[in-house]
Design a protein around this ligand. Structure first.
Ligand code: SF4
Length: 1022
């Protein structure tokens, strides 16, 4: 029997029929101990459980009823402190503490300090300026503390300290009860609470302790003193911190130590040892020291093995589906409704909606949202999704091409999916209150919306999930009732998220047939025969000594000796663990993980592990080297390494696939069973070779199926051709395999438009400007032109702003000012040209216009489509063709003509312009004498290269020959890779390997394939 149960047993025998009140920090712990007492065979009757608060409520009941007071706790208290803090900060009354965008940390700390001061019976006036390092801080704490107490009085609320004060007052009227009070020695108490228990119980107080602890000082607030008598029947573990005095006979005992290579492995090893020793689940308990990691690992592994488990603290909310869902929802609200958060919620399957009554899986809607172009901002959901839905419906009803007609059903399905997504988004947005003119919302409304979300949209798959929803609803209601009235959406979301994070779900006392898991502070009391203490590394135990952020240790010491300092916390941790160890009977196993997988670093054992090793080996002088040498190489090695039976399916496979600790080569077996993997391995092998194979882009071509010069060949654009000349493999992925990177609207708080959007906006401005100038006629002054251009820019920018909202006004104005400078460069260049366009944005092969035939020397041709930015008439039949470029000038050099095939556009557009002018009858013998690029951006002009890059289109023999070479590579199907600078901007880098492929690509180039020769030739065209 453990010392705790033995003490209880003595009390039961001494007072068999008398009412016995076990004062416990929490009811579950009380039930656990009484259950253990029953299992030990000790009969007992007339036990009741009570906490210090429940006893105080009993004593204070009459006064509370008379005064019509209401209890407030946890989130409610924090909400009041926050309200007080915001009120004082907003009215400029605080001199030390400042209000920031996120204040949850400081509110938490202030709440903790106020609660501590109140329970110790310390009043606001005791916080004197001379006690603190900063007089303003003392004044602020006094203000916040006093205002908090005032609010409680006004609202007739009582917190724990208030309740205890009333209870002390009510003690005098409390009828005498014939009770024995029993309290755990480690139910640390001081101040008002201790005074209340001492006065209530008087001489009728019994103190029970888990086990004696030798060699360390007792912590503040402990009940009772250790006596000499405690040495009797002590476990060897009572001397863990006094190993020199540990009796040789007692030392050693049933104590095992081991180390693992990660917390997951450690948990696995515990299960393995239980299996090997044939320990039944309900004769074992795992005790952990951290806040979440071990509970999560134990939960996951026990689920894998289908082992029932009870967690005394419950499990962290973050492992539940509803928490993940509400977290995404709140993050979505907080980040201006950025679709990425909602997408994650949809894709995770953690949310449901009555819109998917047909049981449709919502996960695919996440992808649809990603590519929808919604991006962020509340109004865009209806606007963008509504527009997209209408577009698909229109395509289904009124197809413009055979292709569209063939895809009728596909368009209808897309419209239906987008419609469903729109409804879901509308429903979710309706839960979020609209900010008023002051940009604020009522916290109560926000809490109501989040509660509706929890009820309507979350999926509960287990009791953990439903437990979380229940607790979250309670907390949400408490915050809504007591919190600050108005705040920003982001603040409200933060507040709710902060409180949901601290929820622990489904706490339970030990149950028959279940493994029990507990924290060391209250653990190891189940009286089970096998206790596993895990996580005993230096990071987790005894914990870090951290000072309170509001009241420093030195300040606390000056205010009152009753206040705890940081070393008190560490002392308690060490004492609690030692007491828990001392209180065990039976087998004890202690372990730690030597490696932190997440942080990727080695971890050292805690000093406790060393003490346990010293105790076990009766070597008080042993050091860490001895410990590590022993537990890593010797008896502490892991079961799987010792060749023991596998515990789960993964280990079963590892065991089957290994011999003598070395994994067998299962490649052939896997290839035989999985033909797709076999194909993949074959491809990888081929890519590794020096040959230019089909896996490198060398296609087996029959006839002229890829040749754009064959009749029925595909319509090309200049950008496609130039990309093929930059890297044929990219052309292959994009135009032969037709693989597109999904479009995504990314939110960047530091910029508004991406390069392509900015280019489109400027193109529209230039087009509108030159068209207006043509109407107004010549002779406008530079100032008039600037005014006109400015108006056009602002109106176009506003239109874009509606479609693509900037993250804030500053970003918008900054980008507008850069575009103004680009516009200045354009206006200057436009005047320098001394020609005016007769056509802007002249389309061919798009917008219902026919493509243009481009003839090649052998008489063959191919079809080209494109848009000529401007076609200027010089005089008579002479024309110039220009293309605006709004990026940098790095690709453009004066002496270059074709840039290895990456600049065909000037030549092809000149040819296309002549054809169009002739075919439309606008000019029967047009000649384009100049064609080139206008670099209309401040960035490009700053390079010093100038803004106008004109080329001579009459050098037909050169560009036609180069074009034939490029088309030759395409028609041969020799799509080699050319990794280089363009890989940095290539959409396919992730699937092709990008620059890392440089060496392999160079190897392939010496393969002798005809495409390689053509490639070298193409690159010679400067
Ligand atoms: S990443 Fe580089 S090598 Fe690969 S396709 Fe793109 S440009 Fe070519």
């Amino acid at each position: 029997m453990t010392p705790l149960l033995s003490a209880l047993s003595d009390i039961c025998r001494k007072y068999p029929l008398k009412e016995k009140v076990l004062i416990t920090p929490d009811y579950r712990l009380g039930r656990e101990v009484l259950q253990a007492l029953s299992r030990s065979g000790e009969p007992w009757v007339n036990f009741t459980l009570a906490t210090a608060s429940s006893l105080a409520s009993e004593a204070a009941e009459k006064i509370i009823t008379e005064k019509k007071l209401k209890r407030v706790s946890g989130p409610g208290i924090m909400a009041i402190v926050e309200d007080v803090f915001y009120g004082l900060a907003d009215s400029g009354k605080l001199g030390y503490f400042e209000k920031h965008e996120t204040n949850s940390g400081i509110i938490n700390a202030l709440t903790g300090v106020i609660m501590e001061l109140r329970t110790k019976g310390i009043s606001p006036s005791a916080i004197k300026g001379e006690y603190l390092t900063n007089a303003d801080k003392a004044r602020d704490i006094d203000l916040i503390f006093s205002e908090y107490e005032k609010r409680l009085d006004e609202k007739k609320l009582i917190d724990k300290a208030g309740l205890t004060l009333i209870a002390l007052e009510g003690l005098k009227d409390l009828p005498s009860r014939q009770r024995r009070y029993i309290i755990f020695s480690r139910y640390y108490m001081s101040g008002l609470e201790r005074e209340f228990i001492e006065r209530l119980a008087g001489k009728d107080l019994e103190i029970i302790s888990d086990g004696p602890v030798f060699g360390i000082k007792e912590p503040k607030g402990l009940w009772g003193k250790q006596t000499k008598g405690d040495f009797k029947d002590s476990s060897a573990l009572a001397w863990v911190y006094d190993t020199r005095k540990a009796s040789k006979a007692a030392a050693g005992g049933d104590l095992e130590l081991f180390a693992s290579r990660g917390s997951r492995e450690e948990v696995k090893e515990v299960f393995r040892r239980m299996a090997l020793r044939d320990i039944s689940l309900d004769d074992a308990e795992i005790v952990y020291p951290d806040s979440g990691e071990y509970r999560r690992e134990i939960m996951l592994y026990s689920e894998k093995l289908a082992c029932p488990v009870t967690f005394s603290e419950g499990i962290p909310a973050m492992v539940t589906g509803p928490f993940r869902a509400v977290r995404c929802f709140l993050d979505w609200i907080k980040h201006d409704f950025w679709e990425i958060y909602l997408r994650h919620a949809l894709a995770s399957g953690d949310i449901k909606t009555d819109k998917n009554n047909d049981g449709r899986d919502l996960t695919s809607l996440g992808h649809l949202l990603k590519i929808s172009g919604v991006g962020w901002s509340r109004p865009r959901y209806e606007k963008v999704l509504g527009k997209k839905e209408a577009e698909f419906l229109k395509k289904a009803e009124k197809p413009y091409s055979d292709e569209e007609a063939d895809n009728h059903d596909g368009y209808l399905k897309m419209a239906a999916d987008i419609g469903m997504l729109r409804q879901i988004c509308t429903g979710l947005l309706a839960l979020v209150p609209e900010p008023g003119d002051d940009g604020l919302v009522r916290l109560k409304d926000m809490c109501a919306g989040v509660s509706d979300f929890l009820r309507q949209y979350t999926v509960s798959r287990s009791s953990y999930d439903s437990d979380f929803v229940e607790e979250a609803l309670k907390r949400s209601a408490a915050i809504g009732d007591l919190g600050v009235d108005r705040m920003t959406l982001s603040e409200a979301a933060d507040k709710l998220l902060g409180t949901f994070f601290t929820v622990n779900v489904n706490p339970s006392e030990p149950r028959p047939g279940h493994l029990h898991v507990s924290h060391y502070k209250h653990g190891a009391r189940s009286a089970r025969g096998n206790i596993f203490f895990v996580g005993l590394d230096e990071m987790r135990f005894p914990g870090r000594r951290t000072e309170d952020p509001v009241l420093l240790d030195s300040e606390r010491e000056r205010i009152s000796p009753a206040l705890e300092v940081s070393s008190d916390g560490i002392r308690k941790n060490i004492y609690d663990m030692a007491s828990a160890l001392s209180g065990t009977r039976g087998s004890v196993t202690a372990s730690f993980s030597m490696y932190d997988i997440r942080e990727e670093r080695n971890v050292f054992p805690s000093s406790l592990m060393l003490q346990l090793y010293r105790l076990k080996t009766s070597r008080p002088d042993a050091d860490y080297e001895d410990l590590l040498g022993s537990i890593i190489k010797g008896e502490g090695s892991l079961g799987i390494e010792r060749g023991e039976a596998p515990l789960d399916i993964t280990e079963m496979w590892i065991k089957k696939l290994s011999r003598g600790g070395v994994l067998k080569d299962g490649t052939e077996a896997v290839k035989n069973i999985y033909p797709c993997i076999a194909e993949g391995l074959k491809a990888e092998e081929a890519r590794e070779s020096a040959e230019f194979t089909e896996y490198d882009g060398n296609l087996v071509v029959t006839g002229g199926e890829l040749d754009p010069r064959e009749s029925g060949g595909i319509v090309l654009s200049c950008s496609k051709l130039e990309k093929a000349a930059g890297c044929p493999f990219r052309y292959f992925i994009s135009n032969v395999l037709c693989v597109d990177k999904p479009e995504e609207t990314n939110k960047d708080v530091t910029s508004w438009l991406n390069a392509m959007q900015k280019g489109s906006l400027l193109h529209e401005v230039f087009e509108t400007f030159t068209a207006e100038m043509r109407e107004k006629g010549e002779g406008l002054s530079a100032l008039d032109e600037k005014e006109t251009a400015e108006k056009i820019l602002v109106s176009k920018a506003e239109k874009y702003r509606e479609e693509i909202p900037p993250s804030n006004d500053m970003v918008y104005l900054a980008e507008l000012s850069v575009m103004r400078k680009d516009l200045d460069v354009f206006l200057l260049t436009n005047r320098k040209l001394r020609t005016s366009p007769v056509h802007e944005e002249l389309e061919f092969g798009t917008g219902g216009k026919d493509p243009v035939k481009i003839f090649l020397p052998g008489g063959k041709h191919f079809f080209l489509r494109g848009i000529i930015d401007r076609l200027d008439k010089v005089s008579g039949h002479e024309y110039h063709v220009w293309d605006y470029k709004t990026g940098s000038a790095y690709k453009y050099e004066r002496r270059q003509y074709l840039a290895g095939g990456e600049q065909f556009q000037h030549a092809l557009y000149a040819s296309a312009a002549e054809t169009i002018l002739k075919e439309t009858g606008e000019d029967e013998c047009p000649v384009v004498t100049k064609s080139g690029y206008i670099l209309a951006s401040e960035k490009a002009s700053g390079s010093g290269k100038g803004a106008i890059f004109a080329r001579d289109p009459s050098r037909k023999h050169i560009w036609q020959e180069a074009l034939e070479t490029l088309l030759g590579i395409i028609s041969l199907g020799g799509f080699l890779k050319d990794p280089g600078n363009s890989c940095s901007f290539c959409d396919y880098a992730a699937m092709c390997g990008g620059k890392n492929e440089k060496e392999r690509a160079a190897l392939k180039k010496s393969s002798g394939h005809p495409a390689m020769e053509l490639w070298r030739k193409l690159k010679d065209y400067e």
